[in-house]
Design a protein. Structure first.
Length: 269
């Protein structure tokens, strides 16, 4: 492929790493259609920082950054190599904004490995994580994605993982596939339409959706990875959605594939 696509994965609960379902099969189908990238750069909802960091170690550790889950989830390891070379390239592309080359502190958090363990289960593709500077406004994150766009022509797969709608306190824990809350559906539908019609300014200015946005994005950590993905998009590139549903009333699992893939993405049941 002359240009890698760019993907946003709606990652949901870390328990998905232990499940096999339509969502995980679709993630695998997306990866199969893309082929094997030279490396993966991931912006995960779970590395939210003051300032910007990028993992620059040769062998990032698997981080189990959660609490009360079964031991089987803590036993999951994703031993993908890192890429200090890619980390340096990311730092250079994002200059003059300073980027800290993290050689020991972070690794691969569950926002990254819970998706990749299903999409690229062999863990043989180097993975680098880029942190999200929580002190900056949404437009700044979109612009960072724009600066990363050249990586796509260098064989690098850029992915973001989070959720377009992510309101844990409002979730209906008793029914995973209950009807979405009206505000969650309205916001999810609005953002999906803006992506489909290549109107990134509406995705960046999501707060203009008022109460729907306030309820759907009570904190920005899970939403902002989408801004990096859209920033890396070339104008007019095709887009494909799937998985495309909301769980527990207020957790959007919508994933977005932008750009051409090496082969068609097969539907997953």
């Amino acid at each position: 492929m002359s240009r890698m696509p760019v993907v946003f994965f709606g990652h949901g609960s870390p328990m998905i790493a232990l499940e096999t379902n339509a969502t995980t099969r679709t993630w695998a189908a997306i990866a199969e259609a893309i082929g094997t990238p030279k490396a993966i750069l991931c912006v995960s909802a779970h590395w939210f920082t003051r300032g910007t960091g990028v993992t620059a170690m040769a062998q990032p550790r698997t981080i189990h950054d959660f609490g009360a889950f079964p031991q089987a989830l803590f036993d999951v390891q994703y031993p993908a190599p890192g890429s200090p070379e890619l980390a340096g390239r990311v730092r250079d592309l994002l200059a003059p904004d300073p980027v800290h080359l993290d050689q020991s502190q972070w690794g691969l958090d569950h926002g990254t490995w819970s998706v990749l363990v299903k999409a690229f289960p062999k863990a043989n593709v180097p993975v680098v994580q880029l942190s999200i500077d929580g002190t900056k406004p949404p437009a700044w994150h979109y612009a960072m994605g724009e600066r990363l766009r050249p990586l796509r022509d260098e064989g690098i797969l850029i992915i973001g993982t989070g959720n377009i709608v992510h309101n844990l306190p409002r979730m209906d824990w008793s029914d995973r596939m209950c009807a979405p809350f009206p505000w969650a559906k309205r916001f999810n539908d609005h953002i999906r339409s803006a992506i489909a019609e290549d109107r990134p300014e509406e995705v960046v200015n999501y707060a203009a959706q008022g109460q729907d946005a306030a309820l759907s994005v009570p904190t920005p950590d899970h939403y902002w990875p989408l801004l990096y993905v859209l920033g890396a998009r070339q104008s007019g590139e095709p887009v494909r959605f799937g998985p495309d549903h909301i769980e527990h009333g207020s957790l959007s699992m919508l994933s977005v594939v932008i750009g051409d893939t090496a082969t068609p993405i097969r539907a997953a049941a």
